[in-house]
Each structure stands twice: as structure tokens, then as C-alpha cells.
Design a protein around this ligand. Structure first.
Ligand SMILES: *[C@@H]1O[C@H](CO)[C@@H](O)[C@H](O)[C@H]1NC(C)=O
Ligand SMILES: *[C@@H]1O[C@H](CO)[C@@H](O)[C@H](O)[C@H]1NC(C)=O
Ligand SMILES: *[C@@H]1O[C@H](CO)[C@@H](O)[C@H](O)[C@H]1NC(C)=O
Ligand SMILES: *[C@@H]1O[C@H](CO)[C@@H](O)[C@H](O)[C@H]1NC(C)=O
Length: 379
């Protein structure tokens, strides 16, 4: 009996010791960048390769692997230095881009066409913010079922297609009550040539143009994503498949975060952001540094709010999978000191227009009523 008690006491003691030790380790980890040994970083790199299911992780050999490892090491250093500064509003982490240099990352993933004025969309005034407009303090279209789960563009620079499709999915849900996941691949394969260039880049507003010309866009169940830039446009009869139409597209009044706020209160909005420094974003409210003039990545603003410490942010849905950022989203600083918005978010916001189903129903009824009255008059 006594030996048992002693064993129990010893066991409890060692557990307590272990807990205090690990607490100590965690505390030092958050206080200063760690001095890691080469072997330790190498182990982290191998784990990261497996964890990120890098297609080539078991065939990466020799020189290329050493080159990637060195870049990974530099990125890790940057991450730990950033995170060790107290009160950072956002944290960095080992995202799937952790073995890429900034140049490689920008070349491969940031293919939104750089333009600072709206070329395809007229600016609409429906979302122009006016003195006295009352807007909700917080909006999150995910809570209203108007946002499909985060998608993954893979090694294809078609952010423009993901952003445009997300905006159409949202406006369709708001106007018809139905959330239908739509086909980026149809845009990549079929909307080619003058304005949009598949995996080589494009603009959301030209995607809206295409959807109008095409008489709609198919669901991604019938036209799934293949991450293939050389596939021919498949002609799928729309009458036999589910598809979604829009009536037009417009731009939000530019350089005005209040108008953007008003727009986002009504529907998810396609924006261009400058995303060079979002490569390693993990969590929190992203504050840059950014170029505030030229966006290079198309994303979707699906809401806005304020953090507990009073920092205002946009809720932005990205297309880099759900392992990146906050389950695929980034919160971006809102109410920036420059009218461009942080990372150029307020420079060219655009959105598709779809007339309200209930309004359409109403006007159909009005039409019938007019016919009836006309009929009566004629009799
Ligand atoms: C960090 O944040 C804490 C809590 O919000 C605050 O009390 C402190 O002053 C901040 N320190 C700096 C350097 O901003
Ligand atoms: C891409 O599409 C082309 C043309 O349809 C096809 O030949 C090729 O096998 C596809 N590649 C992949 C990786 O699916
Ligand atoms: C806003 O940002 C742009 C682009 O960085 C810059 O040229 C301009 O001077 C800034 N304006 C203000 C008022 O800070
Ligand atoms: C469509 O009508 C509903 C109900 O009247 C309204 O709540 C909603 O905001 C309208 N949507 C748009 C895009 O006007």
C-alpha cells in the first residue's frame, strides 16, 4: 500500500515537473526567435514537405533540394523574427509557399492584371456612400450561407476566375436563395483571348462579361476544376445542366472604403489586392507592408468587422486552399489612412448584378395586372 502511494506521489510529481518544463519552453518560444540548429531546421523542412504533400517531395534530389532548403530556412527566419515582436497584429507561418522566394511566388501566383482604372465596368452609384447612410457594424456572408467552401487554384494563376465565380455564387444566393458552386474551369477554358488568359492571369470584370455573353456559367459539378491550362473549352448543353446567369456588372465607387463597406453589406465583392507579403500569412489582421496603388491578386471580400482590440478589418476569401491563413481567409486592415485602402483593396472593387427574384416575380405580377387592365379597357 505504502509503495503504491509513493509511486503515485512520484508519478504526480514528475507530471507536474513535465508540465512546468513545457510551459517554460512555450514561453521562451514566443519571446524570442529561436536559435535553431541546422539539423533541427532540416527536420522541420522534411516534415513540411510531407505535411504539404509536395508532389515532388520524394523525387526532389541534390541541388534543387538544397536550394529549396535554403529558401525554406530564410523564410523560417523571417517568420520567427516577425512573430517574436510583441503585439504584432498578424502572425506568419510555414504556409505551402515556404520554399519559394518572393519572385517565384509572385511569378506563379500573383497573376491579376495590373491596372489602376476600371476598364470593363462602369462605376455604379447604387453603393455610393452618402452622409447619413446607416450600415451594419459587422457583416459576414458566410453566416448567411452565401459563400461556398474555400477553393484551391493550385499552380494556376487564375485568381481572377476564383474571385469572379465567388462573387457570382454570392449574388445568386442573395437573389434566388440558392447557393450553387460554379465552374472556374469553364472560365479558364472558354473565356480566352483578348482579356483573360487562363492560368496566365486575367480580370474578374471580363469574366462577368463572358458570363453575360455566354448566357450563364455552369456548376462546377458538371464542369470541374482540373488545374489544366491546355484543356479545350467543353461545350456542355446548358439546358441539361445547372447554370447561373447574371444581368450585368459594375464597379464600386473607387478610393472610398465607406462605399466598399456599403457594397459588401449588400453582396460579396471582387477586389484586387497587392499580395506579395501575404505569402506566409497565418492569422490576425494583416497590415502590410503593401503597395497601395497596384493590386496583383484577385480575391473576394465576404464581410467586415472589428477585432476585440478595436482593429477594423475586411474578411477576404482567398483561393489558396484552407491550410493557408485563417482556414483560407485573410483579415485585411480596414479604414486605412489612405483612400486606396490597405494593399489597394479600394482601388478597383467590382461586382456582378443580378435582379432580385422577388422583384422579378413582383414585376411579372405587375405586368399581368397591366395586361388585365388593358384587357378590361379594350373590352
Ligand atoms: C501590447 O499590448 C498590451 C495589451 O493590449 C498593451 O498593454 C501594451 O501596451 C502593448 N505594448 C506595445 C509595445 O504596444
Ligand atoms: C490537359 O488537357 C489536354 C487537352 O485536353 C490533355 O491532353 C492533357 O492530358 C490534360 N492534362 C492533364 C494533366 O490533365
Ligand atoms: C496613397 O498611396 C499612394 C500609393 O502608395 C501614394 O502615391 C499616395 O501619396 C498616398 N496618399 C496619401 C494621402 O497618403
Ligand atoms: C432581394 O429581396 C430581398 C427581400 O425583399 C432583400 O432582403 C434582398 O436584400 C434583395 N436583394 C437585392 C440584391 O436587392
Amino acid at each position: 500500500m505504502a509503495t503504491r502511494l509513493i509511486t503515485l506521489a512520484l508519478f504526480t510529481l514528475s507530471v507536474l515537473l513535465l508540465i512546468s518544463l513545457s510551459v517554460g519552453v512555450v514561453a521562451t518560444a514566443t519571446e524570442q526567435p529561436q536559435q535553431r540548429s541546422e539539423a533541427e531546421v532540416r527536420l522541420m523542412y522534411e516534415r513540411w514537405l510531407v505535411g504539404n504533400r509536395k508532389k515532388s517531395y520524394n523525387v526532389l534530389l541534390g541541388e534543387e533540394k538544397e536550394k529549396r532548403f535554403k529558401i525554406f530556412k530564410d523564410n523560417l527566419k523571417l517568420i520567427e523574427e516577425h512573430n517574436s515582436v510583441p503585439n504584432q497584429s498578424y502572425h506568419l507561418g510555414l504556409t505551402q509557399f515556404a520554399d519559394l522566394t518572393d519572385d517565384e511566388f509572385q511569378d506563379m501566383y500573383l497573376r491579376g492584371k495590373k491596372m489602376d482604372k476600371i476598364s470593363g465596368s462602369d462605376i455604379g452609384d447604387r453603393y455610393l456612400y452618402k452622409e447619413g447612410d446607416v450600415l451594419p457594424d459587422e457583416v459576414d456572408w458566410r453566416d448567411k450561407g452565401a459563400v461556398v467552401p474555400v477553393k484551391t487554384q493550385g499552380d494556376c494563376g487564375a485568381c481572377w476566375a476564383f474571385s469572379a465565380v465567388g462573387a457570382v455564387e454570392g449574388v445568386n444566393k442573395i437573389a434566388t436563395g440558392e447557393l450553387i458552386s460554379l465552374s472556374e474551369q469553364e472560365l479558364i477554358d472558354c473565356d480566352r483571348g483578348v482579356d483573360n488568359f487562363g492560368c496566365l492571369g486575367g480580370q474578374a470584370e471580363f469574366a462577368f462579361e463572358f458570363i453575360i455573353r455566354n448566357g450563364g456559367i455552369l456548376g462546377d459539378q458538371v464542369y470541374p476544376y482540373s488545374d489544366n491550362d491546355t484543356a479545350a473549352c467543353k461545350r456542355i448543353e446548358m439546358v441539361t445542366a445547372r447554370f447561373v446567369t447574371i444581368d450585368g456588372h459594375e464597379g464600386v465607387p473607387q478610393y472610398d472604403e465607406m462605399s466598399l463597406k456599403k457594397a459588401v453589406a449588400h453582396q460579396p465583392i471582387s477586389v484586387m489586392v497587392e499580395a506579395n507579403n501575404m505569402k506566409l500569412y497565418k492569422s490576425g489582421v494583416f497590415t502590410g507592408p503593401c503597395d497601395n496603388w497596384y493590386g496583383n491578386h484577385n480575391v473576394l471580400v465576404v464581410g467586415y468587422g472589428s477585432s476585440s482590440s478595436g482593429q477594423d478589418y475586411w474578411i477576404v476569401r482567398n483561393s489558396w486552399g484552407s491550410d493557408w491563413g485563417e482556414e483560407g481567409y485573410i483579415r485585411l486592415e480596414r479604414n486605412f489612412h489612405n483612400s486606396t485602402g490597405n494593399c489597394a483593396v479600394a482601388v478597383r472593387p467590382v461586382y456582378p448584378v443580378k435582379s432580385n427574384a422577388s422583384f422579378a416575380l413582383l414585376s411579372a405580377n405587375v405586368f399581368k395586372l397591366v395586361c388585365l387592365l388593358l384587357g378590361l379597357v379594350l373590352i
